[in-house]
Write a protein that binds this ligand. Structure first.
Ligand code: CDV
Length: 314
């Protein structure tokens, strides 16, 4: 039995601060329809796909801040996407800002969900690696305040049996960390879905920022190859409220090869027929974890936060 998923990456151009959820929903529905018309059974939308990338501003007004978050999913504004998924028989991944109330306290996460072809939520993931700062940084054209507006995810890196395979999720900065893929790789993940918002000025060091496109693909291709998994990375891109953001959404095979890539900096759908058994071949040979991994040798490293100092020399 073949294990081929026809998957789409639905890249989005900028979302203006003034754009309403209803306007964004129209764009998402257009992208979903386009993905379906090209035969996709699963479509991957970006990180924080319902609003502009609000962590670029200091927002002191709590009601204004709350307006960027979803307190329930689905809700009145996002229900049309779930309805369309069910009608079209297409699943989706989407990122959004999640607000929950726990013991009378608000908690905020940068979240993604996986929705099946019947419009039901199959899985939820909360972003673990939060980049940027909690306080505004002097001299920056655009702030990146994810550490101010989100808590690190508290759900780990689970995987789900869905779409005929083992599916995993992560979000944006997570894609740069080998642990992200490895924790899912150890659970036999077949496909990792992720969305990103990557501004070109994120480090403030010209030599690093100039390699933004390269580092994006490098991270996802290495994660795919070293863990024998498909990776679908979807950008929100273009110039959003003056911030120039990376495009080049990509569908990457377990070989590490990019099999489809977006060519615009706006709303665009790319697709691929992802044969999950390609990953199986890598897992049974070069990346047969049970035969070749040496967990004891890695133990010290994976348990530490920060670098391990080298041994003292005489
Ligand atoms: N939204 C992100 O997580 N963006 C980061 C930037 C700030 C480095 C990224 O890794 O793309």
């Amino acid at each position: 039995m073949s294990r081929i998923i026809r998957v789409a990456s639905a890249q989005m151009g900028p979302i203006a601060k003034s754009e309403s959820r209803a306007q964004v929903m129209t764009r998402l529905l257009d992208l979903m329809n386009e993905a379906k018309s090209r035969g996709a059974e699963l479509v991957v939308f970006p990180e924080l796909a319902l609003t502009t990338f609000f962590p670029r501003w200091v927002i002191d007004d709590e009601a204004e801040l709350d307006s960027y978050y979803e307190a329930a999913m689905p809700n009145n504004e996002t229900a049309p996407l779930f309805d369309a998924a069910k009608r079209l028989g297409i699943g989706f991944y989407i990122g959004y800002a999640e607000l929950i109330l726990e013991n009378g306290h608000k908690r905020r996460f940068n979240t993604s969900i996986l929705v099946d072809r019947a419009g039901n939520i199959t899985g939820k993931y909360r972003k673990v690696h939060l980049p940027g700062h909690a306080e505004p940084q002097p001299g920056r054209a655009h702030q990146h305040l994810e550490k101010r507006y989100f808590e690190p995810g508290n759900l780990g890196f689970p995987v789900w049996r869905a779409f005929g395979g083992v599916m995993g999720m992560c979000i944006c900065n997570d894609r740069r960390w080998p642990e992200t893929y490895r924790v899912m790789g150890l659970q036999g993940v077949d496909m990792v879905m992720l969305g990103y918002n990557t501004p070109y000025d994120h480090t403030g060091h010209g030599d690093i920022d100039a390699l933004t496109n390269f580092h994006n693909h490098l991270s996802m291709q290495a994660g795919a190859y070293q863990n024998a998994t498909w990776v679908v990375g979807t950008a929100k891109c273009g110039v959003e409220e003056g911030s120039k953001m990376l495009a080049q959404s990509a569908i990457i095979a377990p070989s590490g090869e990019i099999v489809a890539m977006a060519s615009t900096i706006g709303d665009e759908v790319i697709t691929a027929a992802a044969d999950l058994d390609i990953g199986k071949r890598y897992r049974e040979t070069i990346f047969d974890f049970s035969r070749h991994r040496e967990p004891e040798a890695y133990r010290l490293i994976v348990e530490r936060k920060g670098a391990i100092p080298p041994p003292e020399t005489a």
